[in-house]
Design a protein around this ligand. Structure first.
Ligand code: FE2
Length: 347
């Protein structure tokens, strides 16, 4: 099994499929990123010990998403060390409510073991893992709670299952919802905007040529959408809008358990006042597969009615999100080996 030290004392473990790759920072109180597959947890512990990481001293496990092949060792390591576990709030919700459907544990009959979620990782947070600073980006698509970790100083991306070198991961529309392919495309746009020299994915070896991998993934996803009957313009109209903010999604989850926003941005948080003709009628955004099939002149109305508006939205994105994304934005989160807590501070 290939093991490589990709940053000082920060190791990348490439495991065989279906097992997920994972990472470890070798410090007095180690920090892990994912823990691979439950049936191989003994091997995982041995692998960690082999590079001088004592699992019983683990301070924190950062979680890219809560699929079985990425969280299989969480419970065992947490039991051994009392470590914290950090993950996206959606994943935290899945774990804390025992949702073994959204985690895929039941859907694919590949269980993991429940663990205690101690910290949430929000989009834009900065996480210090020893001397290495990572920015958290929420990249839904393959999984609703998907995160990637970006080290701007070293131009290194831990891309999890949001970006692989030569393929795209499973897209389970039945579980993730009909917007999942659009989410994956939007996540690729966010990833593409990063300055990256080296990518370490959730499966497969590390690689250098991120633009080529993004292009391959994008083409595959667009191909899936074409097979579902979407036109290029329809896909573009959705992808050039921002995804719904998590707090809005959560509010809907807590409301009646149904996430109604099938089309990112359709609730109008992106478009400047007076420039948008995007409809916000709920029946139109329940799923993109219904109203969008009607096209621009359907009764449900076009998603974005003119080329001018599309350009306005693009300009808004490039100024407000894509071009100006900086690691310093958002609250700063520091993994503190000494007390195994995550402390959030402004800035
Ligand atoms: Fe996954």
């Amino acid at each position: 099994m290939p093991v490589s030290e990709i940053l000082p004392d920060f190791f990348f473990f490439e495991r065989g499929y279906l097992n997920g790759n994972h990472f470890a920072w070798r410090g007095e109180r180690p920090v892990l990123v994912d823990t691979a597959y439950l049936p191989h947890v003994d091997a995982t512990l041995e692998i960690l010990a082999g590079i001088g990481v004592d699992p019983t001293r683990t301070a924190q496990i950062l979680t890219t998403h809560c699929h079985c092949d990425h969280v299989g060792g969480h419970r065992r390591i947490q039991a051994l060390s009392g470590c914290g576990v950090a993950l996206h709030p959606l994943g935290r919700h899945f774990i804390e409510t025992g949702d073994d459907w959204s985690t895929w544990w039941r859907y694919y009959d590949q269980p993991a073991e429940p663990f205690e979620c101690t910290h949430s990782l929000e989009d834009g947070e900065v996480v210090d893992v020893g001397p290495h600073r990572f920015t958290v980006l929420h990249t839904p698509g393959h999984s609703a709670d998907g995160l990637v970790l970006y080290c701007a100083a070293e131009r290194v991306l831990l891309s999890a299952d949001a970006l692989w070198q030569k393929d795209v991961p499973v897209m389970t529309v039945r579980v993730e919802g009909s917007r999942t392919l659009f989410d994956a495309l939007i996540s690729l746009e966010r990833i593409e905007a990063l300055d990256v020299r080296r990518v370490y994915p959730g499966h497969g070896p590390g690689f250098d040529d991120m633009p080529a991998a993004v292009a391959r993934s994008r083409e595959r996803l667009r191909g899936y959408l074409r097979e579902l009957g979407f036109t290029t313009n329809q896909v573009e109209a959705v992808v050039c809008q921002r995804p719904a903010r998590f707090d809005q999604v959560r509010a809907r989850l807590e409301g009646d358990g149904v996430v109604r926003c099938g089309v990112p941005g359709v609730h109008g948080e992106v478009q400047p006042a007076g420039t948008s003709k995007v409809s916000t009628r709920p029946q139109q955004c329940h799923t993109p597969f219904g109203p969008m099939r009607g096209g621009r002149n359907s009764a449900s109305g076009p998603l974005v009615s003119t080329r001018t508006q599309r350009l306005r939205i693009r300009r808004s994105r490039s100024c407000g999100q894509r071009g100006a994304y900086r690691a310093s934005q958002g609250p700063r989160t520091t993994v503190t080996p000494a007390d195994s807590r995550v402390a959030s501070t402004p800035g």
